[in-house]
Design a protein around this ligand. Structure first.
Ligand SMILES: Cc1cc2nc3c(=O)[nH]c(=O)nc-3n(C[C@H](O)[C@H](O)[C@H](O)COP(=O)(O)OP(=O)(O)OC[C@H]3O[C@@H](n4cnc5c(N)ncnc54)[C@H](O)[C@@H]3O)c2cc1C
Length: 456
């Protein structure tokens, strides 16, 4: 690749905060809410025009319920759900044999409620602005450089929380990062899409009553007889039939259908593009183009083979390609598969999780699912990067292996990490210490006092 040298230039400092949160997805929302709770000056920079991140692409929130059926994420994430419910924008946390618990949310309500809550908390939200660089003083981050319609500007802060999902801030500030499995393979992305006019009653009763024809993975047929909000995963034989009979190009071996909150609505988690790197704009563009191309055949398959979809019609795609995996920081502790499967407890636990290891394998069409039987902790040290001071990370890019990331990546868990990072950032500012020096006992006490769930 040829290159040019950009001339050095002076840029304006647009704002200075106590705490700056970069990225307004599940982790960013709760980070900002927690940091702003006692009146600190908190800013949030978001590259899109709305808050919510992947909570706006038609996915259910997973992770509120543990493998033993108890609620393991409370605190600010639950407060967010309670506010959504007032607008009929969220369901109950419904038990699910495969996913432990599913909480359906309405994407537009997510955007509205998230903005309402942040605005009420006094968080200064800036949309349409991406983090393009960092301001460093040695190994200490002093702020970020943003790129937007306004051009290039700097935003400074005492503590920065990277909630970009991709570890954009951490990576640019020199934190060591890893990507994917041992071969660098990352879980494939999916462009979610939505159909209306779906007879979800017919769908669930067909699965419940015609068990030989409509076989689902892990979830027993009776479940569908008893639940009218659900996720279907499976119907593998139908896909094989559609491929053989009609030559349809279905990129997934499993049918994944999520009922929407609105009657007759279903979200489809079925496009799949191998080899996309979500930190590379050209690769992302290729993924977006290919995923959109896949939708017609998937829709034909659903209409012609899956009961309840006969009169369905296409309404929309999600606002962006859903990226499952990119960078993970190397933090003070790297969570592993053994920690997850061993239900490991940590003295510095700041959240409890229970979602299984769920990896859409980079190398083939399949999925690896492994349950631990109970819960495991997320240690604070996995949110604290090595090498760079005054930076915290929350969300799917915390310090884990590829396998552990497959478990901790779900949105309730990311929201719980966000709350912990926000509270830790507040303590850093108040006590004038760096994230690595936070008194974790006090942080844990504050989390519990404010309603979060931690194991004793
Ligand atoms: C197809 C798919 C299906 C999934 N299924 C489920 C599911 O059913 N349930 C579940 O709970 N989880 C699911 N997940 C996982 C979950 O959605 C993510 O792991 C989770 O959303 C990560 O949260 P986050 O806050 O770390 O990042 P994100 O949700 O990605 O939010 C990051 C935010 O940061 C912003 N941002 C990024 N870069 C910058 C930048 N440089 N400058 C400024 N802003 C930036 C983004 O616009 C975004 O708003 C799925 C993921 C995918 C892709």
């Amino acid at each position: 690749m040829t290159s040019i040298t950009e001339p050095q230039r002076t840029i304006p400092v647009r704002a200075q905060y106590d705490v700056l949160v970069v990225g307004g997805g599940p982790a960013g929302l709760t980070s900002a809410l927690a940091a702003a709770e006692d009146g600190l000056k908190v800013g949030l920079i978001e590259s899109r025009s709305f808050l919510g991140g992947n909570m706006t692409i038609g996915l259910p929130i997973l992770g509120f319920l543990g493998q033993k059926g108890n609620q393991i994420i409370k605190g600010l994430p639950q407060k967010f759900i309670d506010r959504l419910k007032v607008r009929k924008g969220a369901s109950e946390h419904r038990p699910c044999p495969l996913h432990m618990g599913i909480t359906l949310v309405e994407p537009e309500a997510v955007k509205t409620v998230a903005l309402e809550m942040l605005t009420e908390a006094g968080v200064d939200v800036t949309f349409y602005t991406a983090c393009a660089g960092v301001v460093m003083d040695g190994d200490t981050i002093k702020g970020i450089i943003t790129e937007s319609k306004s051009g290039r500007e700097a935003v400074l802060a005492k503590i920065v929380i990277d909630c970009t999902g991709d570890g954009d801030v951490a990576f640019r500030s020199g934190v060591p990062c890893e990507k994917g499995n041992e071969k660098g393979g990352m879980q494939p992305p999916t462009l979610m899409f939505c159909l209306a006019g779906v007879d979800t009653e017919k769908l669930r009763m067909s699965i419940a009553n015609q068990t030989r024809t409509y076989l689902t993975d892990f979830i027993p047929a009776e479940y569908f007889g008893q639940n009218n909000q659900f996720i279907v995963v499976g119907l593998r034989e139908l896909i094989a039939k559609a491929r053989a009979e009609k030559g349809l190009k279905i990129p997934n071996e499993r049918t994944i259908i999520i009922t929407g909150l609105r009657e007759g609505e279903a979200w489809l988690n079925m496009t799949r593009v191998a080899g996309v790197d979500g930190t590379d704009a050209r690769s992302l563009s290729m993924g977006e183009i290919e995923a959109r191309h896949q939708i017609d055949d998937i829709y034909t398959y659903l209409k012609d083979y899956v009961p309840g979809f006969e009169k369905s019609y296409f309404t929309k795609t999600a606002p962006f390609l859903g990226i499952r995996e990119t960078r993970r920081i190397v933090g003070q502790y790297v969570m592993t598969q053994e920690d997850v499967l061993g239900c490991r407890k940590f003295d510095d636990a700041i959240a409890v999780a229970s979602y299984p290891i769920d990896i859409h394998r980079p190398g083939d069409e399949g999925c690896t699912l492994i349950w631990c039987g109970d819960c495991y902790d997320i240690p604070y040290r996995s949110l604290v990067p090595t090498k760079v001071d005054n930076l915290l990370v929350a969300g799917r890019c915390i310090s884990t292996t590829h396998e552990a990331m497959g478990a901790i990546r779900v949105m309730a868990t990311c929201m719980a990490m966000g709350e912990a990072a926000g509270r830790a950032a507040k303590m850093c500012v108040r006590d004038n210490v760096s994230p690595a020096k936070v008194n974790v006992c006090r942080l844990r006490d504050e989390l519990v006092a404010k309603g979060a769930y931690l194991r004793s």
